[in-house]
Design a protein around this ligand. Structure first.
Ligand code: HEC
Length: 182
């Protein structure tokens, strides 16, 4: 009799535990490091940061997006924690070595080559040496198929770090000028 009760109790406990389910798991770490920041799903449908950035030097055209949190930022202010920016790098069409241009004089977009992401959050990006800190921003890179790329993120940091006055965002001024003009 006692054993039966014990078994019943045991079954209830196990059932109870099973109902609670496994602890929630998420692919996004609480404090992502470089390379761990996810590519936000559906970013293409979110606010535009800047369009058709012409980079003949890199033989690329770039499309920039910002998430709704970042898009609320006032000019002159740093972007708030929770901001994510995405930059698509498209190859520009060439004939041989020569860059093609469309009727509008702009480079012609070819295949998507890479997607770069930067995002900021409370206490993020502090595990790097001081000279490579970009406030609380962290960096990530993805292939056109959405798979994470193992880039040398110290390069991202080294090239964005001098822009502390612009919250480490290269096209800061241009973004606010164009947003105000819209
Ligand atoms: C040699 C300098 C350089 C390096 C290295 C670099 N960037 Fe940038 N990044 C820029 C410039 C310049 C822009 C502005 C857009 C443009 O002109 O193409 C930019 C723009 C961006 C933006 C859009 C927000 C902004 O700053 O305007 C993101 C996101 C970004 N970079 C992520 C990265 C990531 C991730 C890496 C590393 C994998 C990286 N960058 C490496 C120079 C650099």
């Amino acid at each position: 009799m006692r054993t039966q009760w014990a078994l019943a109790l045991c079954a209830i406990m196990v059932w109870g535990c099973a109902e609670m389910g496994p602890a929630p798991t998420s692919s996004a770490p609480v404090k992502p490091r470089d390379g761990e920041l996810p590519l936000p799903a559906g970013y293409q449908n979110g606010p535009k940061f800047l369009s058709e950035i012409q980079r003949p030097d890199a033989k690329q055209v770039r499309e920039l997006f910002i998430n709704p949190v970042g898009a609320k930022t006032n000019p002159g202010q740093p972007f708030p924690n929770g901001t994510v920016m995405v930059m698509e790098l498209y190859k520009a069409k060439t004939t041989g070595e020569t860059l093609e241009t469309g009727a509008d004089g702009k480079l012609v977009k070819d295949d998507l080559a890479k997607i770069l992401v930067m995002g900021k959050g409370e206490g993020w990006g502090q595990e790097v040496p001081d000279n490579l800190k970009n406030g609380q921003w962290v960096f990530a890179a993805y292939g056109p198929d959405g798979k994470a790329l193992a880039e040398d993120f110290t390069k991202c940091r080294a090239c964005h770090a001098p822009l502390a006055q612009k919250d480490f965002v290269h096209r800061y001024d241009e973004y606010f000028e164009k947003r105000m003009a819209r």
